[in-house]
Design a protein around this ligand. Structure first.
Ligand SMILES: Nc1ncnc2c1ncn2[C@@H]1O[C@H](COP(=O)(O)OP(=O)(O)OP(=O)(O)O)[C@@H](O)[C@H]1O
Length: 268
């Protein structure tokens, strides 16, 4: 699946966690394989979504790309530079919004960029230029606990977007939202990601969300996870139309079949 050295290239990533021994043999730890030779590539300016059953290893894969876990084997590069064991190689958006309660919305938004070495004034200027686009014009000075769930998600997404790394990795950025807010934010996120030239990898549980946002959807099997289905999608404008017209159900059925069977035979 390699498409050249540019963008994000993941090759044969395998990972296992140590499991504690049983009560009868507490010292006998076991290794449990979670990811089994996962390979994928994401070209610059495109978004790939990953779907898979709960616990199959999606977040583990993203944490490996973020340099927070060391895989047993395999490689991952962005523009040819290795990500393995190197925290900070990608702009990583964790599952929880992780806003700091003692910082304003604006200061939370600039935190990632500042942590990566950008000076405060420059980061604030870039953030202020995007506040309107992120629907945060009026909440620049608000504290996180004064924000709605959707606003918190947008502040966290602005923080990830402002990070300077040349690859974006998003772990369920719209999780834990009510259906209406989530649908609105999905269309908004389509505009945001479609104009971001970085290769972007997105983990989601929502099939419609994946089909709307992604140029390619990958389905993982239950753990030990392998890619069992690849769904290539049309461009962003066609995806938006499909979703608005409810015409994405054919692709959704194929993806659901792969999720349900968890095997390559699930492919229609
Ligand atoms: N630090 C760890 N030590 C041991 N096992 C772990 C660790 N982190 C995750 N696991 C296990 O690895 C498996 C994969 O976890 P992971 O969080 O990657 O799954 P996921 O696909 O992202 O799940 P979900 O969709 O529910 O968020 C799970 O069985 C989990 O319990």
């Amino acid at each position: 699946m390699t498409e050249g050295a540019g963008g994000l290239v993941v090759e044969r990533i395998t990972h296992a966690y140590r499991e504690p021994g049983s009560r009868r043999s507490p010292r006998r730890e076991r290794l449990r394989t979670v990811l089994n030779g996962v390979s994928l590539s994401v070209a610059p300016g495109t978004l790939t979504a990953i779907l898979g059953p709960s616990g199959c290893g999606k977040s583990t894969l993203l944490r490996i790309l973020a340099g927070l876990e060391q895989p047993a084997s395999g490689t991952a590069t962005v523009d040819g530079e290795s990500l393995i064991g190197r925290p900070g190689g990608v702009a990583y958006h964790p599952q929880q919004d992780a806003l700091l309660p003692w910082l304003s919305a604006l200061d939370n938004a600039t935190l990632g960029a500042e942590t990566c070495g950008e000076d405060r004034a420059g980061a604030r200027e870039r953030a202020r230029a995007l506040l309107g686009r992120f629907g945060l014009d009026d909440v620049e000075r608000a504290w996180p606990d004064e924000l709605s769930g959707g606003m918190r998600q947008r502040v966290a997404l602005l923080r990830s977007t402002l990070m300077p790394q040349s690859c974006l990795v998003l772990d369920e950025p719209l999780g834990a939202l009510d259906a209406l807010t989530r649908r609105q934010l999905q269309f908004w996120l389509l505009d945001i990601t479609a104009s971001d030239r970085r290769p972007t990898l997105l983990v989601t549980h929502d099939i419609e969300e994946a089909l709307l946002l992604a140029d390619r959807v990958l389905v993982l099997s239950p753990s030990p996870a392998e890619i069992v289905h690849v769904e290539d999608r049309p461009g962003p404008a066609a995806r938006r139309r499909e979703r608005e017209d409810g015409a994405d159900h054919v692709a959704a059925r194929r993806v659901l079949a792969a999720l349900e069977t968890g095997t390559r035979e699930g492919r229609a």
